[in-house]
Design a protein around this ligand. Sequence first.
Ligand code: PLP
Length: 262
Amino acid sequence: MYRGVAMTIAGSDSGGGAGIQADLKTFMGLNVFGVSAVTAVTAQNSMGVYHVENLSVRSVREQIRCLLSDFPVRAVKIGMLSTGEIMEAVAEELSSYPGPVVLDPVMVSQSGHSLMDSGAERAMRERLLPLASLVTPNLPEAERLLGLPPGSIATKGDMLDAANRLLEAGCRGVLLKGGHLPGDDIFDVLICGAEEVLFEDRRIPGGNDHGTGCTLSSAIAAELAAGEDLKTAVTRGREFVRRGMETGVRLGRGHGCLYHRA
Ligand code: PLP
């Protein structure tokens, strides 16, 4: 039997390694039933993003509304929302949702394609952050959310400061991912409630990392949907992503992605 029901609100990656597709594969890999509200359709393969088309605000609203009115959704993951208008609508639709919300503040793909309008940054800060039980930025995303110059989060100490400043911005938990720091020692900082956890790992070689952010946030949402507490969900989510990277697959001519199995 499924361990729970989780909903993803995110963009489609036609290449299957990130976005809605990664989220649903992750839910399945963790034996959680996944439902989805698509916000945008990207034309994408292992080499990059070629085109993005946003769905209408009405369509995004209707998908969320009809899912929440029927399924026992126990956790929500928010991924790519490319306009301020869509962010506003998602925030309104989730305003009375009682369960945990994991926000992956998707801004730019690893291939360098912008996945969010410049005007949407404010809506993300003001409308989505306050909804989030957990926000999962990488370092460039955290810098943009905090209005810091690129490269200014450069040490473990900077990461702790930045994570605390994100909490002050209104979310209830922060997982700040340090994969962009140079070197082979990786640090991720989790702050939730009074607890501060530092995850330390070695970098996984191989570069099959397309969709790691999507997969991590959806794995955390899946564990929350299964009833785990936030710290356990993050610990297991990180393990799922690291295993997926170790056994990653390169199927196209470009970037490889994760193997989405527990
Ligand atoms: N495409 C979609 C629809 C996404 O949601 C994301 C990331 O969240 C990406 C592409 C980018 O994935 P990556 O940066 O891992 O290449």
